[in-house]
Design a protein around this ligand. Sequence first.
Ligand SMILES: C[S@@+](CC[C@H](N)C(=O)[O-])C[C@H]1O[C@@H](n2cnc3c(N)ncnc32)[C@H](O)[C@@H]1O
Length: 449
Amino acid sequence: MIKKRPHTAREVAAFTLFSMEEEGAWSDGALHHYLDRADLAPRDRALATRLAYGIIQNRLLCDWYLRQFSKVRLSKIAPRVHICLQLGIYQLALTDRIPAHAAVAETVTLIRNYAHANERTVGFANGVLRAVAQAAADNQLPRLNCPDKESFYSLHYSHPEWLVRLLTAQYGQKPTAAILAANNATAPVSIRVNLLRSDRDTVLKRLIEDGFTVHPHPKAASMILAESGDIASHPLFTEGVVTIQDTASAVCVELLDPQPDTLVLDCCAAPGGKTFYIAERMHNQGTVISCDIYEHKLEKIQAGAQRLGLSIVQPTLQDAAQPRAEWVGKADSVLCDVPCSGMGIIRKKPEIRYKDADEIQNLPEIQKKILENCANYVKPGGTLVYSTCTILERENQAVVQEFLQQHPEFEAVPIEHPVFGTSENGMITLLPSIHDTDGFFIAKLRRLT
Ligand SMILES: C[S@@+](CC[C@H](N)C(=O)[O-])C[C@H]1O[C@@H](n2cnc3c(N)ncnc32)[C@H](O)[C@@H]1O
């Protein structure tokens, strides 16, 4: 992290982007780190947030504009200078409320102060930004000229072309455009009420009294949607009355339908969001074995269970791809919420879209191994749910279909849920563009023998 204390919204945004580039920091963690240190007025906090996320959400488009105006190749521009130029171009070309002179002057100041730039580089950046500002003022910004719809969407919505092509092959052109647009929109914060401690109406009333803009989810009975406010700092959160959880995750647990006094195995459980809802739906009666492969992540499960008063949760170190003899045939319900590419949660973590395509190529192999192994823990008549927070079929339907072909002892269970509707083949994909949730896949299976 950058040691200096940021003093302006643009410094917070720049430091956040530098940390992501230089240390691989996540956008939300880095942004909050610098916002906490900056002590900005609410308006400037909002501007810093908008700039940081705006650049991540529009990086490819900003670079395209930069290429049109820069005589220097992008690969030859130093990383911090490049980030500052993206910051300037975003303000000049893609927003309409920020005065151009402030965008140019403050970007040049950032380059001078934080990008280790010499006068020649500062002059180059100044020239590029002034040219963009002039073109924007004259309504003469270059128009995207792309050979096909996919390459146009890729630039227009700043998603890599391989991802756009994959989504188009799966969902079609128009639905893909809607998904990409939804990925760049602001997601509401969704809150789930711990029904062991309160009820939705009471929580809604309290949050409204405390100045939050909240309303009940129109289709998910357990959820509240908040448009603003820091729920995690509210006493209702610290006292374990509410959890921040996407509606799609709640739907996943509702389809698993865990019952009190049963044994549930949550095989890839950290940080524990679904485990907590499972234990709440079991009225804190029975056992939830909550596994993860990383020991340090088990502490998060433990802390969350304690906060919510859930004593039946047992955080357990276990590789879900490796057999554990004493669990075979014992569980009433098994949840495999497997590691995935995360291409459904771009709305919340915008940088996920830029993951290396090769790095996520082998995920289906790991996912199949986990499903294959954890299926052995389900007792006859028991339920197996496979889920991911991605919308790529190769990690979803393809994994489950192959599993079902090889395991006639399992059958798909038709799904009916108010948030999604019905699915005869036991598989559903929730989409930000349709369901206003994270992109999420859920398959519900039953063990016959
Ligand atoms: C999608 S996240 C789970 C989210 C969690 N179910 C929740 O609702 O909060 C996947 C988790 O699987 C864990 N994981 C990855 N590989 C694993 C493995 N082989 N066995 C068990 N856990 C694994 C990761 O550490 C990560 O915490």
